[in-house]
Design a protein around this ligand. Structure first.
Ligand SMILES: *[C@@H]1O[C@H](CO)[C@@H](O)[C@H](O)[C@H]1NC(C)=O
Ligand SMILES: *[C@@H]1O[C@H](CO)[C@@H](O)[C@H](O)[C@H]1NC(C)=O
Ligand SMILES: *[C@@H]1O[C@H](CO)[C@@H](O)[C@H](O)[C@H]1NC(C)=O
Ligand SMILES: *[C@@H]1O[C@H](CO)[C@@H](O)[C@H](O)[C@H]1NC(C)=O
Ligand SMILES: *[C@@H]1O[C@H](CO)[C@@H](O)[C@H](O)[C@H]1NC(C)=O
Ligand SMILES: *[C@@H]1O[C@H](CO)[C@@H](O)[C@H](O)[C@H]1NC(C)=O
Length: 938
């Protein structure tokens, strides 16, 4: 009886005193020994509290936790600063000595705020990333910061309009040592989205338990069937939250070290990093889309993909050679499946060396590239960052003073490796092992002299003279290295790989504190034996011409390679293409897109890819998609069919599979071919809309594929939807993501009316709310048009180069007002499809707006050209489908800008209420600035 009473008290009171020590309730603890083997002896020796009441119903509750008086004391404060000293008698930093004096500062960035905590008088590492840290963010809502000058320093980031605390660090636990920095905060609600890169099984985080998410770029295939919060290829310390009243905010932590975040039930967050400092940006929204735009004012708006990069793409690792690729391309064309891009994976290379190709199996590839071009198709090739140490590309790098990730000094170089290679012999280049047969060096794209980028671009130039590829796919750029620190790496037993000596990093002695830091973060805990350098280079290495440690910059490797490669596309092609990268960091979206990595052909992977694409849109990387049908393993007809259907709605739409797996291009099964043809044709018809969304994101920031709660934030039912998504504001897509399903449950927000775009109820209004929709294999998956929207579209074709010549069309979903009138509006951005974009504002592009007004007497469509391009010929607008048209129109009364015009093939059905206006060479958008099409109703 007594003990139950005591436990209840512990749960209720934050400062219940037991054994002379204040305790903290189980839901708001900060773990004092977050390693896998936490124990009482270690715990109490740190001065922390050990809770022996293990609760098997809540097994994630930390048993070892910091007492409430952990942190720093503000010894002096001003309105925007505080000087902090460790709390006398408080628990120290378990992983180093707390700095004796820290400075807290905050400032407004317009309506946003930024806080910073760093040691006084000591220069700490800051990520060398080009962000706009002084962005002047304008919003109807603003944040402010309140320094709470109590014995334990804390601060609140508050929404000015209603005082909601976005961060409230009074939960305690601020620690700051050289290699262990920790800050915790209460959260205003449990509705948190983001942090990456991870597999999330729901878009919304789960705060019913404690979960630790490591963030450290790693060559780790996503495991969607398992339940491990593994860190994957990229690092995104960014999240978006919804407050109880539905206002949205964003938080960006600008730090590139190995790090982790704990989501806990208070609800609260604990953030830990092992280097750099704390710099945190807070964006006030108040709408979710505002948050993403505000974030992108700091990290940059997304690049604009070439138009062809929005077409369908195909790849596999393990084609038997060019003939098999030829047959595959032909098979798709014969099946009437649109395809724009053919990829080649690493097997096109000569023994996996960049800038070479296999002169046996792939001898005909450069010629086939030209052939693909003549068919209006494009080619994207894979390149890995690491360069084998004994051939021309490496030699040119060394000769031109390009730099590589290096050992810090000559005496620690692994001479038994470097001495094997004359070009590397007297260098400090840190050699590792990846796909090529011999050791490889890793170019240092952060090289501040630009010599490395210059050399990299030149390699692409030389290679482009041999074969005229269009897009660049960069893989393995975490960077991945095989067998680090292992005595018997996996490749020793691979017939495809010689037994190259593996890289060994210092794991003891004076040089070990980078590779074996006091706290290695959850990024290395989830598999025993892991250290930070597992699968990558030594943290001990140096970058930026010896001025920085790889320990600090490792998470920027993919981003820096992406920037150099983006510049290579410009130099080599002089036109836009698309770079697709595996490893990403905040701002990667400015230069490239992302595919969701080496997934597996399983239903779970299809499900999580729907979530992953929404998350990467939140991260500012809207050009994103998964390997359709699954990369690893053998797919099935049904899975591949459902994945092709869904994947037709991701910006980067590519089917890809691995070596040894059976062919899985969509023409392998008649059912999958038919479904892919149908969905790809739908995609191609609506590419003018998808392109306009990308263009708007480049111009103004924002998402392309969008979670439903972004648009319908006041509908609670949208807050935890993971497997439906929107294209922009106006098209809702409900993919089928479970085996055996022939119908799908969906939520259609009640804040709008919706028209079906699927086969059977095409153009008719559907009931909003929860519903179940038919989804047979041979029909378009449920797709809905939002009432009030006009989408630009174009008759499809088998390539975008052909489709771009076809007639323009509009689809209009009328929104009805109570007074019997109806309206809709929309826009189109259009350019030549591949001119390089330096500054989007001065780019050569068209912009049109559409406005539809219906009254019982008259119908009016007004098209305005609000920006004109030069040298681009626009197809005629020849078809306008109007959904929800309530009256019988008089087709003899059409007039354009006041002159009669005929549209004899037009058609109206009073049953479906579809008014289908069709003319031939109907509206010429090349002359004039405004077109008013009008008609009378009977
Ligand atoms: C914190 O600093 C203030 C101001 O110097 C001082 O009054 C207070 O006693 C300190 N608290 C602790 C716990 O050291
Ligand atoms: C590529 O095309 C050129 C020109 O048509 C021809 O001379 C050459 O033999 C072809 N190469 C291969 C490997 O097919
Ligand atoms: C590379 O560096 C060496 C030694 O510092 C110097 O002699 C040489 O001129 C440099 N070459 C280039 C291309 O910058
Ligand atoms: C390197 O290139 C960047 C971008 O083009 C430029 O801003 C910078 O000045 C260059 N640095 C040097 C040392 O040339
Ligand atoms: C969100 O939805 C998932 C899947 O239906 C469910 O497991 C989870 O409990 C939900 N989360 C919340 C907070 O309701
Ligand atoms: C509208 O007319 C076009 C011909 O211009 C036709 O292809 C299309 O199927 C029609 N739409 C409907 C809903 O009937």
């Amino acid at each position: 009886m007594l003990s139950i009473f005591a436990i209840t008290l512990v749960l209720l009171s934050a400062n219940f005193v037991a054994n002379g020590q204040s305790t903290v309730p189980p839901n708001s603890r900060i773990d004092c020994d977050p390693t896998p083997n936490s124990n009482q002896g270690e715990c109490t020796s740190r001065g922390c509290i050990w809770d022996s009441n293990f609760d098997s119903n809540n097994p994630t509750v930390p048993l070892c936790y910091y007492p409430p008086n952990t942190g720093y004391n503000a010894t002096s404060t001003t309105k925007t600063t505080a000087t902090l000293k460790p709390v006398p008698g408080g628990v120290g930093n378990p992983y180093g000595s707390n700095y004796p004096e820290l400075q807290f500062t905050w400032k407004s960035l317009g309506s946003a705020v930024k806080i910073q905590i760093a040691p006084v008088d000591i220069t700490r590492y800051r990520p060398p990333v080009d962000i706009n840290e002084n962005a002047n963010i304008q919003s109807s809502e603003a944040f402010t910061v309140e320094i709470v000058n109590k014995n334990i320093f804390s601060f609140n980031v508050k929404r000015k309009s209603n005082g909601v605390r976005i961060w409230d660090t009074s939960i305690g636990g601020l620690l700051f040592a050289d290699q262990f920095i920790q800050i915790s905060t209460y959260l205003p609600s449990k509705k948190i989205y983001g942090f990456g890169e991870h597999i999330h099984k729901n878009l919304q985080h789960d705060f019913s338990k404690y979960t630790t998410w490591g963030m450290f770029a790693r060559d780790e295939p996503p495991d969607s069937a398992g339940d491990t919060p593994k860190n994957l290829y990229g690092v995104h310390p960014f999240y978006l939250g919804l407050e109880d009243d539905g206002k949205a905010y964003g938080v960006f932590i600008f730090n590139s070290n190995a790090q982790e975040v704990v989501t806990g039930p208070a609800p609260h967050l604990t953030y830990r990093t092992i280097g750099g400092q704390l710099e945190v940006f807070f964006f006030p929204g108040p709408k979710p889309e505002d948050v993403v735009q505000q974030y992108q004012q700091v990290v940059g708006t997304p690049f604009l993909p070439a138009y062809w990069a929005l077409g369908f793409q195909l790849c596999r690792y393990g084609y038997t050679g060019v003939d098999e690729v030829k047959q595959t391309v032909k098979r798709l064309a014969d099946a009437g499946i649109p395809q724009d891009v053919q990829f080649a994976d690493i097997d096109y290379m000569d023994r996996y060396k960049d800038f070479t190709y296999d002169h046996n199996k792939w001898a005909a590839w450069p010629n086939f590239t030209d052939e693909l071009h003549s068919m209006g198709k494009r080619v994207t090739l894979i390149f890995d960052p690491a360069i084998q140490a004994d051939y021309d590309s490496f030699k040119r790098g060394i000769d031109s003073n390009a730099s590589f990730i290096e050992w810090p000094t000559q005496d620690v170089v692994m001479k038994n490796i470097n001495d094997q290679y004359p070009y590397a012999k007297n260098t400090k280049v840190m050699l590792g092992v990846v796909w090529p047969d011999k050791h490889v060096g890793f170019p240092d794209f952060l090289d501040p002299t630009n010599l490395t980028t210059k050399w990299w671009i030149n390699e692409f130039k030389l290679y482009h003279q041999q074969q005229a590829f269009d897009g660049i796919w960069i893989d393995m750029n975490e960077p991945s290295n095989f067998g680090t620190n292992e005595d018997h790496p996996w490749y020793y037993d691979s017939s495809d790989h010689p037994d190259d000596l593996p890289l060994k990093c210092p794991t003891s002695g004076d040089n070990a504190h980078y590779d074996i830091p006091p706290y290695a973060t959850a990024s290395s805990f989830w598999q025993s034996g892991n250290v930070l350098a597992t699968k990558t280079l030594c943290m001990f290495g140096t970058t930026m011409r010896g001025t920085q440690r790889f320990f600090d910059t490792k998470n920027l490797y993919g981003l820096s390679e992406t920037i150099s490669t983006y510049q290579a596309v410009k130099e080599v092609r002089g036109k836009r293409g698309a770079v697709v990268t595996r490893s990403t960091f905040p701002s990667s979206g400015r230069y490239a897109g992302h595919w969701l990595g080496d997934n597996t052909a399983r239903w779970e992977d299809l499900q999580t890819s729907v979530i992953g694409a929404q998350e990467f849109n939140i991260f500012g990387i809207p050009y994103v998609g998964s390997d359709i049908c699954g990369f690893i393993g053998t797919t099935t007809e049904e899975l591949c069919l459902r994945w092709q259907q869904m994947g037709a709605f991701h910006s980067f739409s590519r089917n890809h599979n691995t070596l040894g797996a059976p062919l899985q291009d969509p023409a392998q099964w008649p059912t999958v071919a038919a479904a892919t043809r149908k969905h790809n044709l739908f995609r191609y018809r609506h590419l003018p809309y998808l392109f306009s969304l990308h263009f708007a994101a480049t111009l103004n920031g924002g998402t392309v594929v969008r979670p439903l709660f972004f648009e319908f934030t006041d509908e609670e039912a949208t807050h935890n939807l993971s497997h439906q998504f929107l294209w922009g504001s106006n098209m809702l897509i409900v993919p089928v993501v479970t085996q055996g399903a022939t119908t799908v449950d969906a939520y259609l927000p009640t804040g709008a009316d919706w028209y079906s775009m699927s086969d059977s109820y095409y153009g008719t209004k559907v009931t909003s709310g929860h519903g179940n929709y038919a989804a047979p294999w041979d029909a378009l998956i449920p797709v809905f048009l939002r009432a009030g929207a006009i989408l630009p579209r174009q008759s499809p074709a088998l390539t975008t180069s052909d489709a771009r010549k076809n007639r323009f069309e509009l689809v209009v979903g009328l929104k009805h007002a109570e007074d019997g009138t109806a309206t809709a509006s929309g826009e189109l951005y259009w350019d030549d499809g591949e001119a390089w974009v330096d500054t989007i504002n001065t780019h050569n592009f068209y912009h049109f707006t559409y406005d539809f007004q219906y009254t019982s007497a008259i119908g009016t469509l007004t098209i305005k050209q609000t920006k004109a391009a030069t040298g681009i010929t626009l197809p005629y607008l020849d078809n306008i489908e109007v959904f929800g048209y309530p009256s019988l129109p008089d087709m003899k009364t059409f007039n354009l800008n006041g002159s009669p015009i005929s549209a004899p093939a037009s058609d109206y059905s009073p049953f479906s209420q579809i008014f289908n206006i069709t003319g031939s060479n109907f509206i010429n958008l090349n002359t004039g600035k405004q077109w008013i099409l009008q008609w009378k109703n009977h």
